[in-house]
Design a protein around this ligand. Sequence first.
Ligand code: TYD
Length: 234
Amino acid sequence: MSLFVTFEGPEGSGKSTQARRLYERLAAASYPVIVTREPGGTPISDMIRRIVLDLQHSEMAPTTETLLFSAARAQHVAERIRPYLELGGIVVCDRFADSMLAYQGYGSGQDLDILRTLTRIATGGLRPDLTFYLDLPAQQGLDRKRKAAQRATQDNPLSPKITATEPIEWNRLDARDLAYHERVRHGFLELIKLEPERWHVLDARLTMDELSEQIWHAIEVRLPSIRPLEDTHP
Ligand code: TYD
């Protein structure tokens, strides 16, 4: 049995840190695990990421944006996620298709049925087993991310501006207004209502350690179905 775990949430909710912590704890316990992110996760998908998140691409049409996120996802699933799950491993992914419904759907107003169809094409029907949603009011999340992005630029005197290669980037979607990010959050909450058994909602205002513990408790119960590395390679 494999396990596909995704993390979703607004900007600045700390989900990337939690995805990495979960990966580290699973790896330390010898579970076969990879951590990855969207958009990205493969060389081709990372190239698409640079195009779709670049602050300079203000002229990008909504359909172009959607197709680029989908193309990055299709490559990511085909090259990395599906093969690892087929080996019986655990994939921890920072954002996945729910982000498209929340951002391009609820945020930008694109047709949700079309987005669902595109997602099925890109993923071949693959869906997460479990999704953590780190909830945070939109304004608070944006403030956190803006500060972190500023710190990242100040720490690197060679960096003339925040770009897609910075560890914490201020990207084209972050730069949208507060109302957009509020629609995105509302979108996530609607998606959770449609499929409550898949989602695990967490309050992103808790400390990082508190969040990690809650995430670990939710994951622990699913681990008996995963074979640790010693068992797979005697
Ligand atoms: P990233 O820097 O990874 O931000 P975060 O820490 O918030 O995940 O940027 C990813 C951005 O892309 C983020 O603003 C959400 C957006 N996004 C979409 O709009 N649609 C998608 O399908 C995905 C995967 C991400």
